[in-house]
Design a protein around this ligand. Structure first.
Ligand SMILES: *Cc1c(COP(=O)(O)O)cnc(C)c1O
Length: 394
């Protein structure tokens, strides 16, 4: 396998191993266990003296192909594929901390990620501080002698705020803490957290990696040492492993990741520019636009815009609901990264459990709408928004 392959080639060929049948497409190894030629072979496998699989909770051939392909793309040494994005996030954080440790996280997090930091971790004696992640001074000020983990996503959900990953990594490295980046919104194509100094990258593979709305999945990627020291035993003994069937679906999904993400990003960018001109729209937040408040950091750490657009309607909740209900091509769903364009109203769905105050802090108003671009023809999406906006008062 060539390390010099470009992403589109890595995503078709990376990590592929073939059985003795020489199949073209990756095989699905739906097996729980593995057999040994002899007692001595079993003993050697368990001692780690020979390579090979032991039990599907620990690892299995189809999952291994998916992990290796993702490692190649991400520039990571090792990875563990998980049953969902949340299994990846929870495993990456919980395998690292113990009672008495402290986590610093950006307050703008995917809802369940915020629950892990704010509600679950404290149950096990782990302290936390949530900060406005846009300002590095906040990360610096939150550091305590027992800080062990920094956790962030960038761009954030749903308001597409940016965190300076290299800046956070510098603060973390000074105290030997681990930086974990949830890179879902950027996709592995547009942002390389490990190159920016982060130590661990996590994905919900449910989103762009599957990209076609089929199965849940996740992955944790890092150095071999970090995984050996922190995640290896946790993963084996708590069992968040991905199903081999879903690993296969994700392997097929990533083959077309660059094609889909390119089309989605183009669609999102066109729609963002269209929306910015509409009288019903108060503001558009899109990482590919020059008017994004953090355009300078975006230019430094991302190589593409985003497949998501966040915008605010002047008419609040009533306008948001009217728009969503009038759309025809675009369907209402809280998911994202799908080949179908999806729209959601965060205040009443994904972020409904936050207090009004917490929502306001995140810039989520009653008129905020999040759009996830699919791979349709952009002209049809713009026509759809144009007709639907007629139902919305300016
Ligand atoms: C969807 C998502 C998750 C959770 O992933 P699941 O696969 O749904 O468990 C975590 N972080 C971000 C940013 C997400 O968008």
């Amino acid at each position: 396998m060539s390390k010099n392959w470009r992403p589109a080639t890595q995503l078709v060929h990376g990590g592929t191993t073939r059985s003795n049948h020489g199949e073209t497409s990756e095989a699905i190894f739906l097996t729980q266990g593995f057999v040994y030629d002899s007692s001595e072979a079993a003993e050697a496998r368990f001692k780690g003296e020979t390579d090979g699989f032991i039990y599907a909770r620990y690892g299995s051939p189809t999952n291994d192909m998916f992990e290796k392909r993702m490692c190649m793309l991400e520039g990571a040494e090792d990875a563990r594929a998980t049953a969902s994005g949340m299994a990846a996030v929870a495993s990456a954080i919980l395998c690292k901390v113990k009672a008495g440790d402290h986590i610093v996280a950006a307050r703008a997090l995917f809802g369940s990620c915020r629950w892990v930091v704010e509600t679950l971790a404290p149950k096990y004696g782990v302290e936390f501080t949530l900060v406005d992640g846009r300002d590095l001074a906040n990360w610096e000020a939150a550091v305590r002698p027992n800080t062990k983990v920094f956790f962030l996503e960038s761009p954030t959900n749903p308001t597409l705020e940016i965190v300076d990953i290299a800046g956070v990594a510098k603060i973390a490295n000074a105290i030997g803490a681990t930086v974990i980046v949830d890179n879902v919104f950027a996709t592995p194509l547009f942002q390389k957290p490990l190159e920016l100094g982060a130590h661990v990258v996590v994905y919900s593979a449910t989103k762009h990696i599957d990209g076609q709305g089929r199965c849940l999945g996740g992955i944790v990627l890092s150095s071999k040492d970090w995984i050996d020291e922190n995640l290896h035993d946790y993963f084996r003994h708590t069992g968040p492993a991905l199903s081999p069937f879903n690993a296969w679906t994700l392997l097929k999904g990533v083959e077309t990741l660059p094609l889909r993400v390119r089309q989605q990003t183009e669609n999102a960018a066109r729609l963002a520019d269209f929306l910015a001109e509409q009288p019903q729209v108060a503001k558009v937040i899109y990482p590919g636009r020059k008017d994004h408040p953090q355009a300078d950091i975006i230019a430094r750490q991302m190589t593409g815009g985003s497949t998501l657009v966040c915008f605010e309607l002047k008419g609040g909740k009533e306008a948001a609901f009217a728009l969503q209900n009038a759309l025809d091509v675009v369907v209402i769903s809280n998911n994202l990264g799908d080949s179908k364009s999806l729209i959601t109203h965060p205040a009443t769905t994904t972020h409904k459990n936050l207090s009004d105050e917490a929502r306001a802090e995140l810039g989520i108003s009653p008129g905020t709408v999040r759009f996830s671009a699919g791979i349709e023809d952009s002209a049809d999406l713009i026509d759809d928004f144009a007709q639907a906006l007629r139902s919305v008062k300016a």
